[in-house]
Every structure is written in structure tokens, then in C-alpha cells.
Design a protein around this ligand. Structure first.
Ligand code: S3P
Length: 484
């Protein structure tokens, strides 16, 4: 059963002089940056955990369903006519919040006999929600849903937890305004946002200013209920699950190469038809046991049914270049995506230079890659990382301070990081800043480091990988609750 959590808390802002307020407003309008905060440990009851040096990790696992596909399956199921049955949905908090929001907007979303059933209301059929829509920790959930709602005649207020409330929403509110939607946001385009959907939406052509699948998807979902053709142009390829799934539900989607990049066009106001979805295993979640098996000597691991969409497999490519022993078996196609089984053996890694062009295909994997780099021989240099500053935490800062707490030597720039391998000692206490991937990455580091590593809060792991700790324990990982 999913519950709509409603947060009415909006933190008070300090009273500033008129001039300072004005300067802040101008700066905020011109930038799409996170709100500066010292520390994000908003959890009243944090759940710290210590990872200890472990023996070989061995086993055969399936990691949870892909988070990106799970959000989209629920959203398109709600926008379709008929019943969509979803198998393997990720039951992490992020996705459950999207389900709860869709129910508040009139969809019937239920779990029956292990599968999720969505009875949709058709494109543009949203009911006006009676309360605030709370997306918790999920940037994907809120940005996609604001896009979907922006061209329907309803008014809705969106919010999220302390991490999500500091993330930039201007990047989606700007293109949504072109359709005719009106948004009122906090300073700098931050949540809570009240969105009045366009009563007479117009189609849009939009060139993405940042390589973001969330922005692309928000525009395409808004374009669904605008008459005519809506086009998004992306200079760098970002994950293409929205385009693929729209076609799976019967929409007409065209891709064309132009001088500015790939133009993706959707024909507006289709009748989407309910379609079954089997959610493949999430490569971003597979990354954690995979790197653990590479780093802990003597390990051997098999991970089944992992999605291998080329817009998501940058980490596997990079790790292989670093010398990782990863084999792919049984490549096959499922619900329009390529999947395969991964076989991983512990490996000695070498540091390399990683080019910025590969960043969009592994944008969520830099925390665990940085951990792998800390155990490699030589320096690994990662560039093109500006987007990491606006994830669930300022991930670039969180990675760097976590590594430093474990003795790792590194250099940090605005959008790059160089890690000196072989300098990982462990023994540190790592701040996770409400970020699931920071927590999981440093727990993996602790399994291979000489001294135990403690992370300050594991509660956010449930947003994407609820069974992470027991699954790793089954493979042979040693965790302990620290004495406080
Ligand atoms: C996602 C896109 C990525 C990624 C996020 C999921 C998606 O964000 O970081 O975890 O499902 O579209 P950006 O597209 O903003 O880079």
C-alpha cells in the first residue's frame, strides 16, 4: 500500500537587506545551481552503519528494477487508456512517491499478486489534486510529473524533502512556461512550486541547455497534451527511456540528426494505449555489488538481467578500460531494452583519464567509480562533472570529503576530480548528505579498505535499493551498527 506523505514544512528564510535580497534574486535568476547549505543531515533518526573488511564476495543475485523505467512506467500507465500491468517495478521510496502522486491526480495504482496495476485516465485527464504533492527525495519524480501536468487544466503544488527542496527546478520550469504553464516557485526556482497547467497549450521546440534526461522527459511529457509537434534537441545523448516507452504505449516519436544534435519529436494528443512493462534490473544499482566484487580479493559474482541500454552503460565501459574482469552473457531484448547477465571477478584496476563525453551515460555512477579509483594503481582523472553538483547532494563535494575522511589523496575542481589510487586507508566517518548513492558507495569502500568505514545515515538507501544491506550480507559483506 502506498501512502501520500504530505509535508507542510517550509523553512523560514533569514531577513536580509533589500539590496542583498535583490542581488540574490538576480544571481538566482541567472544560475541554475543548488541552494548553498552547510550540511544535509535532516533525518531526525539517522541510521549509521559501519562496513568492515570482508572475505570474498560470492553469489548469484538480481538487483531491483530500474528506477528510471519504474517512474516512467507508472506515469505512462496513468496517461494511457486501459490497464497497464508492471512486473519488477522498483519498490523504492522514490518510485512509491510517484505512484502516490499519480493516485492524488486521479489514477488507480495498486499492487496485486506481486505486480503493479495502473488504470489510466488518458492524456490530459488529470484530476486536480486536493493537497500538496510530495516527491520525497526524487528529482526524476518531480521533474517528470511537473512536465506531465504542465499542459493540463489543473493547478498543483509540488514539494519534496530537504534535499529535493534545494535542487534547481528552473531547468524544467523555463521550458514548461513556453507551453503556457504558469509556475510560482521559491527563490531560484526551488520547491515548493505551484504549477498552473496551460489551459490552451501550444507545442514547443526546445534545445536542452544541459545534458539532462529529466528536462528532456519533462518537455516530451508536456508535449503529449499540446496540439501539433513538440521537439527537444539534445547535443549530447542522455538516457532515452521516455522516448522508447512513449513508442511502446503507441505514441509517434521521431528521432533525427541535425546540426545541433539529435532532435526528438512527439506528435501531440495521441491516445496512449495501456501496455505491459517488464522492468529490467537497474545498472546503477548493479554498480555497487559489481564494484564490491572487483575490489574484494577472491570474489566472484553473477548479476542477472541487468539493463544494457548504451545510454546507461558508461561505468561498465570505463571499468573494463581500468582492467576490470566483467563478462556479459545471454544478451537479450525485453520490453524494448537490451538486457544481459554480468559475471564479475575481482580484478586489479589501473587509473585512467575519463573523458567528459561519457559522463551522461554514467552520471549516477561517479560516486562508486571514485571509490574504485581510490583502490586502483595510479591516478584517475574524471572531467565534465558539473551536473554532480545538483544531484541528491552536491555529489562532487560529498565524494571528495568522504574520500578525504578515508585518507585518499585527491584534487578537486569545479567540475573535475582526480583521485590518487592506492591511498585508501579507511577508518573514516563519511557524511552522506541525504544521498543514497554516497551511502552505498562508501559502504562498499569499507568492505575492501584496511580499516572500517562508517557512514552517518543509511536511511536514504531505501529510495533506490531497499534490500542493499541484506543482499550484500548474503554475498559475504560484513556490516555493523556503530556504538554511539
Ligand atoms: C534520470 C536522469 C538523470 C539521473 C537520474 C535519473 C532519469 O538525471 O541522474 O538519477 O530517470 O531521467 P539528469 O537527467 O538530470 O542528469
Amino acid at each position: 500500500m502506498i501512502i501520500l506523505a504530505v509535508s507542510g514544512e517550509i523553512k523560514g528564510r533569514p531577513i536580509a537587506t533589500k539590496q542583498a535580497a535583490c542581488q540574490r534574486e538576480v544571481a538566482a535568476r541567472n544560475r541554475d545551481t543548488p541552494e548553498p547549505v552547510k550540511s544535509l543531515t535532516a533525518n531526525a533518526q539517522p541510521a549509521p552503519l559501519t562496513a568492515k573488511t570482508s572475505g570474498p564476495l560470492k553469489g548469484h543475485i538480481r538487483v531491483p528494477g530500474d528506477k528510471s523505467i519504474s517512474h516512467r512506467a507508472l506515469i505512462l500507465g496513468a496517461l494511457a487508456v486501459g490497464e497497464t500491468v508492471i512486473e519488477g517495478l522498483l519498490e523504492g521510496e522514490d518510485v512509491l512517491n510517484t505512484g502516490a502522486v499519480l493516485r492524488a491526480l486521479g489514477a488507480d495504482v495498486q499492487k496485486k499478486a506481486g505486480r503493479w496495476h495502473v488504470h489510466g485516465f488518458g492524456v490530459g485527464g488529470f484530476a486536480e489534486p486536493q493537497d500538496i504533492l510530495d516527491h520525497g527525495n526524487s528529482g526524476t519524480g518531480v521533474r517528470l510529473m511537473m512536465g506531465a501536468v504542465a499542459t493540463s487544466p489543473v493547478t498543483a503544488t509540488f514539494t519534496g524533502d530537504a534535499s529535493l527542496r534545494r535542487r534547481p527546478m528552473k531547468r524544467v520550469l523555463d521550458p514548461l512556461a513556453l507551453f503556457g504553464a504558469e509556475a510560482t516557485a521559491r527563490e531560484g526556482g526551488r520547491l515548493p512550486v505551484t504549477l498552473k497547467g496551460a489551459r490552451e497549450p501550444v507545442p514547443v521546440t526546445y534545445r536542452l541547455p544541459v545534458a539532462s534526461a529529466q528536462v528532456k522527459s519533462a518537455v516530451l511529457l508536456a508535449g503529449l497534451n499540446a496540439p501539433g509537434h513538440t521537439t527537444v534537441i539534445e547535443a549530447e545523448a542522455t538516457r532515452d527511456h521516455t522516448e522508447r516507452m512513449l513508442a511502446h504505449f503507441g505514441a509517434t516519436v521521431r528521432r533525427e540528426q541535425t546540426a545541433d544534435g539529435t532532435a526528438i519529436t512527439i506528435v501531440g494528443q495521441p491516445e496512449l494505449k495501456a501496455a505491459p512493462v517488464r522492468v529490467p534490473a537497474d545498472p546503477s544499482s548493479a554498480a555497487f555489488p559489481l564494484v564490491a566484487a572487483l575490489l574484494v580479493p577472491g570474489s566472484q559474482l553473477r548479476i542477472d538481467g541487468v539493463m544494457l541500454n548504451p545510454t546507461r552503460t558508461g561505468l561498465f565501459t570505463v571499468l573494463k578500460r581500468m582492467g576490470a574482469n566483467i563478462a556479459i552473457e545471454n544478451e537479450r531484448s525485453e520490453s524494448g531494452e537490451t538486457i544481459g547477465d554480468l559475471l564479475i571477478k575481482s580484478s586489479s584496476l589501473k587509473g585512467i583519464d575519463i573523458e567528459p563525453e561519457i559522463a551522461p551515460s554514467m552520471i549516477d555512477e561517479y560516486p562508486i567509480l571514485a571509490v574504485a579509483a581510490a583502490f586502483a594503481n595510479g591516478r584517475t582523472r574524471m572531467t565534465g562533472l558539473a551536473e554532480l553538483r545538483v544531484k541528491e547532494s552536491d555529489r562532487l563535494a560529498a565524494i571528495a570529503s568522504g574520500l578525504k575522511a578515508c585518507g585518499v589523496k585527491l584534487e578537486l575542481g569545479d567540475d573535475w576530480l582526480a583521485v590518487d589510487g592506492g591511498t585508501m586507508l579507511g577508518g573514516g566517518k563519511v557524511e552522506t548528505h541525504m544521498d543514497h548513492r554516497i551511502a552505498m558507495s562508501f559502504l562498499i569502500a569499507g568492505l575492501a579498505a584496511k580499516s572500517p568505514i562508517t557512514v552517518d545515515d543509511t536511511s536514504f538507501v531505501a529510495t533506490s535499493f531497499p534490500d542493499f544491506v541484506p543482499m550484500m550480507e548474503k554475498l559475504g559483506a560484513t556490516f555493523a551498527r556503530p556504538n554511539r
